[in-house]
Design a binder for this molecule. Structure first.
Ligand code: DMJ
Length: 475
């Protein structure tokens, strides 16, 4: 596979030449291309993804070990807060474990066992839940090592005080050492993306308090739906009042919906199934829009359903996966086709695109997984070859636009492909994992056996006995 950027001496050529070269290398999908045969991108193998994963992981170990994040261009580490939480290793573990990198996985287990969470820092509850708690739970699910369960429970107990609010919706941040909280206006995803991790923690600790806290938070959002049945996107967690009346399924709301469906599928909780069914009806009724024969999902006013913005954020590309998982293949395939069309326009997805105005609002792209995730679900569920061909194409484009001499990097602008010195931790947890499982043998990873948390940490369905689940989660 060609990696043209690695051969270009970027600093030695003129800016004009660089931009021309990058545009021709990366932005090669034109509107006329959209109907061409997608099988043009070459197939890749699971071994190839493994080689790229270990290369990128070794870059983290070499340049950023102990930090949260690798900065792959300046080749150094970066922390989210004043002290490191070590997020990359926790996010990377389940991907390395599935790929069979036993030595590297064991190194992360040792790192987790040594980690002391007694840190006097405020952390964002949503982010540490999906990445650290989710990563550690997956580590326990893989290893069944009771020492890891003790670490997970310790971490869970440190973020649980965030849920001690008048509404039961968590504060934005919690101090890991003191349990003090701050931040009383948060978005819906930050408010209600806990059912999966907290349910698993309840199961493994046999203590319903975690799942019950998560469910109270999700319920508190759902119960504040408008008269026409839609949530807003920002809420004051003390007063329970919406501070923004936009309703959508984009970044800031996305995983609230995702977790209702997944908690039902993993735990059989009929209450959250009802919430999901109701919400999906409203999404189809108010958010779904047709434009130029394609299907998009708009932002609308939560009180009257009027469209407020015809935009998509690259995070919403997770939704075809949810539709497919829920059995709504017609909408899932129509939605996926729109995402693939946007990808073809740029050769990567921009962070926010205005589909009616045909203009880019936020041009950066951060190695995000969602479009690959949805193509993977659709390939698994429909068996249609076009979806694996899309994944081959995404891999080829990502390589051309984001691969560097040690790992991969984000881009500041999908129209110029200007590089950004950042490798998000979810690239290890999600993006590389979806590329891998899309082509891995069923014996290595069988899609039907697992539910992923929103950070793609996989949990084996068969590990959760339905009778015990009801007791341990308090259903
Ligand atoms: C991930 O951290 C999670 O999937 C989250 O739910 C939103 N998306 C990012 C990656 O794009």
């Amino acid at each position: 596979m060609p990696h043209p950027f690695n051969r270009i001496p970027m600093k030695k050529i003129t800016l004009l030449f660089t931009i021309t070269l990058i545009l021709s290398a990366c932005n090669y999908h034109t509107e006329e291309d959209t109907n061409k045969n997608l099988s043009e991108a070459p197939a890749y193998t699971a071994e190839e993804i493994k080689a790229e994963t270990i290369r990128a992981w070794n870059a983290y170990k070499t340049y950023a070990w102990g930090y949260d994040v690798l900065l792959p261009l300046s080749k150094q580490g970066y922390n989210w807060y004043e002290e490191s939480l070590g997020i990359s290793p926790f996010d990377a573990f389940s991907t390395l474990a599935i790929m069979g990198f036993d030595k590297e996985s064991q190194e992360i287990v040792e790192y987790a066992l040594e980690k002391n969470w007694d840190q006097d820092i405020y952390v964002q509850v949503f982010e540490v839940n999906i990445r650290i708690l989710g990563g550690l739970l997956a580590m326990y699910d893989f290893t069944q090592d009771p020492r890891i369960l003790a670490k997970v429970q310790d971490f869970g107990d440190r973020i649980l005080p965030a849920f001690d609010s008048p509404t039961g919706i968590p504060y934005h941040s919690v101090n890991l050492k003191t349990g003090e909280t701050k931040g009383n206006v948060i978005n819906v995803a930050q408010a209600a993306t806990y059912l999966v991790e907290f349910g698993i923690l309840s199961y493994y600790t046999q203590d319903p308090k975690y799942y019950q806290a998560a469910k109270k938070a999700s319920r508190a959002i759902f119960d504040r739906n408008s008269k026409i049945g839609l949530p807003g996107d920002y809420i004051n967690i003390e007063s329970g009042e919406w501070t923004n009346n936009w309703s959508h399924l984009q970044a800031g709301v996305d995983s609230y919906y995702e977790y209702m469906l997944k908690a039902y599928l993993l735990f059989g909780d009929e209450d959250v199934k009802e919430m999901w069914d109701f919400s999906l009806d409203k999404i189809n009724q108010y958010l779904s829009q047709k434009h130029n024969g394609m299907q998009f999902y708009a932002c609308v006013d939560m009180h009257n359903g009027e469209v407020t913005k015809k935009s998509m954020s690259l995070y919403d590309a997770f939704f075809p996966a949810m539709q497919a998982m829920a059995g709504d293949l017609e909408n899932a395939e129509a939605n996926m086709a729109s995402w693939d069309w946007v990808w073809d326009k740029f050769g990567l997805l921009p962070t926010r695109y205005l589909w009616e105005a045909d203009s880019v609002e936020y041009a950066n792209s951060e190695l995000n997984p969602e479009i690959i995730e949805s193509a993977y679900y659709l390939h698994q569920i429909t068996g249609k070859e076009k979806y694996i061909n899309m994944i081959y194409k995404y891999w080829q484009d990502l390589n051309m636009c984001c691969r560097n001499d040690v790992a991969f990097h984000a881009v500041k602008n999908v129209e110029t492909m200007e590089e950004r010195d950042y490798l998000a931790t979810y690239f290890y947890a999600e993006t590389l994992k979806y590329f891998f499982v899309a082509v891995a043998d069923k014996e290595v990873f069988d899609f039907n056996d697992y539910i992923f948390n929103t950070e793609a940490h996989p949990f084996k369905k068969s590990h959760f006995d339905p009778v015990k689940t009801k007791i341990y989660l308090g259903l």
